[in-house]
Design a protein around this ligand. Structure first.
Ligand code: PEP
Ligand code: MG
Length: 571
């Protein structure tokens, strides 16, 4: 038995045999020349045709994918036709290089330029390298790199997955996903979570296991064991017996004492919304509108926006749908709003701040949301709330509220993602009607740890007591704001970051006074099952213990040890 430790992304105890990602496409030899029987024109034509085929294939996969996976594939497909990539390869062919060597070197050039830009653009460098290998495979007539095919379901082990691979994983074939690289907010992690696939990332050394080895993966603990013992086999069997129980949510989030805790879904568009409604979500707590338009270089038209939003509203007649206005920037660029050359995009003009540099887009978006809400095709229209991302001050909250009111939207809110917003929530919530805590960003900004980076995973953990203290401050500020306004004016505070999808942390959030939780629809059954095992008083005691803990690890261990249901259900 040999055990590897990493960061658990999705719970699940699974036993299976290993299939490793095939070796990457080998680099064409340095100095490889254009074949004597190939003209420059013919070679350039072959290259363009190969890039076109790669793009068509990625687009076709994007068509079949949904939500996050779709957006990732669309962005990668765009890269396959990147004019800079193809032009610099054509130039190298004119200088005598083979098309394979030319696209390889051109890919290196574009990737290192993106890496130098840092932030989101640095992340895109992986897409360029992925696309480059696919083009070389196409030129060589060998299979494209990617997920191995096997008759039996397997545990996929890889260094890290390219976005295009992750997005097209077949959950009926892949039992669990294990990577030696990547972080808890990497593409791999987000997509594994959305698919409900047990997954562990940043498991150093795990790629040394060979194909056919039997592995036991514990996605909650973040551990992987090669050649497991009988206790682990029993644990996997027990988990699979509970898996069916954890596959359904009855659409009624509550605690053991009957306290209602609405459980909502995070969605990226109409397809996700339909799936979330089918999974029992009690509404939408976060519609990431930027996911409807990722990679666009032009502002979407009013009609296009109305139709995208209406598709979501129609999936939730008479239910709450919280629309977040475009959160462009950092890991989610919209070229018509963001400046790719910013040195520090996470601290730059992103979210609500794009209204400072590109005024008008937000007003038009609010108008589109209002139109979609009004014209919603169903007899019982959705209850539409609107919130702005990356709000830092009460002035910004007030400006956003007045833009909402001008558009005829009467439930304005803010996301609490910046520590200043958490600390001044009393003032923010005097200006707007509700807040939703984005724990992904609140954690990265509290800990000053880039959420994309694997080596910072331990810092970037929403169990950090400092993060929990800020959540507590947000809730207390909301109560003070409500009392200040008077006349029964409640100020609800929800959580829509990934923290809400961690069943143990969900208990802590409710104990801290959070009113609703929004998460990937896959997480609803597990979160609901664990919430039903505790009373509000127990949740409050667990929350107090977590806030008072000296470290994230101790907060997590202390809470988990008092929630026996987690072990029973393998969560
Ligand atoms: C968050 O920051 O927690 C959040 C929900 O927003 P996003 O993950 O889209 O930045
Ligand atoms: Mg955020």
């Amino acid at each position: 038995m040999k055990t590897f430790s990493g960061v658990g992304v999705t719970a699940g105890r699974v036993l299976g045999t290993v299939r490793r990602m095939p070796p990457p496409i080998a680099e064409p030899p340095v100095g490889e020349q254009l074949a004597a029987d190939l003209t420059v024109e013919a070679a350039t034509g072959n290259l363009k045709a190969a890039a076109g085929k790669v793009q068509t294939e990625l687009k076709a996969r994007a068509e079949r994918a949904t939500g996050d996976g779709k957006a990732v594939l669309e962005a990668t497909a765009l890269m396959a036709a990147d004019p800079m990539l193809l032009k610099s390869a054509a130039k190298l062919i004119r200088a005598g290089a083979s098309p394979e060597r030319a696209i390889w070197e051109a890919g290196d050039g574009v990737a290192s330029m993106l890496l130098n830009l840092g932030g989101y653009m640095a992340e895109r460098s992986h897409d360029v390298l992925d696309v480059r290998s696919r083009i070389v495979a196409e030129l060589r007539g060998v299979p494209a790199p990617g997920i191995p095919d096997a008759a039996e379901p397997f545990i996929l082990v890889a260094e890290d997955l390219a976005p295009a691979d992750t997005a097209t994983l077949d959950p009926s074939k892949v039992l669990a996903l294990v990577t030696s690289g990547g972080g808890p907010q990497s593409h791999t992690a987000i997509i594994a979570r959305a698919m409900g696939l047990p997954a562990v990332v940043a498991a150093h050394g795990v790629t040394e296991v060979t194909d056919g080895t039997v592995l036991y993966v514990d996605g909650a603990a973040g551990t992987i064991t090669a050649d497991p013992d009988s206790a682990q086999q029993l644990a996997a069997e027990a988990w699979s017996a509970h898996a069916s129980e954890l596959a359904v949510f009855d659409g009624d989030g509550r605690l053991a004492d009957g306290t209602a805790v609405p459980l909502l879904a995070n969605v990226g568009g109409a397809k996700d919304a339909v799936a979330a409604a089918a999974a029992g979500a009690q509404g939408v707590g976060l519609l990431r509108t930027e996911f409807c338009f990722l990679g666009r270089d032009k502002e979407p038209s009013l009609e296009e926006q109305v139709s995208a939003y209406r598709g979501v509203f129609d999936a939730f007649p008479a239910k709450k749908v919280v629309v977040r206005t475009l959160d462009a920037g950092a890991d989610k660029p919209l070229p018509f709003l963001t400046d790719a050359s910013e040195p520090n995009p996470a601290l730059g003009v992103r979210g609500y701040r794009t209204d400072f540099t590109t005024p008008g887009v937000l007003e038009r978006q609010l108008h589109a949301i209002a139109l979609a809400a009004k014209d919603s095709g169903t007899l019982a229209p959705a209850d539409v709330w609107v919130m702005a991302p990356m709000i830092s001050t009460a002035e910004e909250a007030a400006q956003f509220a007045s833009l909402c009111s001008a558009a005829g939207l009467n439930m304005p809110g803010v996301m609490v993602e910046v520590p200043s917003a958490a600390l001044s929530s009393r003032h923010l919530l005097t200006e707007v009607s509700f807040a939703s805590i984005g724990t992904n960003d609140l954690t990265q900004y509290t800990m000053a740890a880039d959420r994309q980076l694997g080596p910072l995973a331990a810092l970037n953990d929403p169990w950090q007591p400092a993060v929990l203290t800020l959540i507590q401050a947000t809730v207390e500020g909301a109560a003070q704001a409500a009392a200040g306004i008077g006349a029964g004016q409640a100020r609800s505070v929800g959580v829509c970051g990934e923290a809400a999808a961690d069943p143990a942390l969900a208990v802590v959030l409710v104990g801290l006074g959070v009113n609703s939780l929004s998460m990937t629809a896959r997480a609803l059954p597990a979160v609901s099952a664990v919430l039903r095992s505790v009373t509000m008083e127990q949740a409050q005691n667990l929350a107090a213990a977590a806030v008072a803990a000296p470290s994230a690890a101790q907060a997590r261990t202390s809470v988990r040890s008092q929630l026996p249901i987690l072990d029973e259900l393998g969560l």
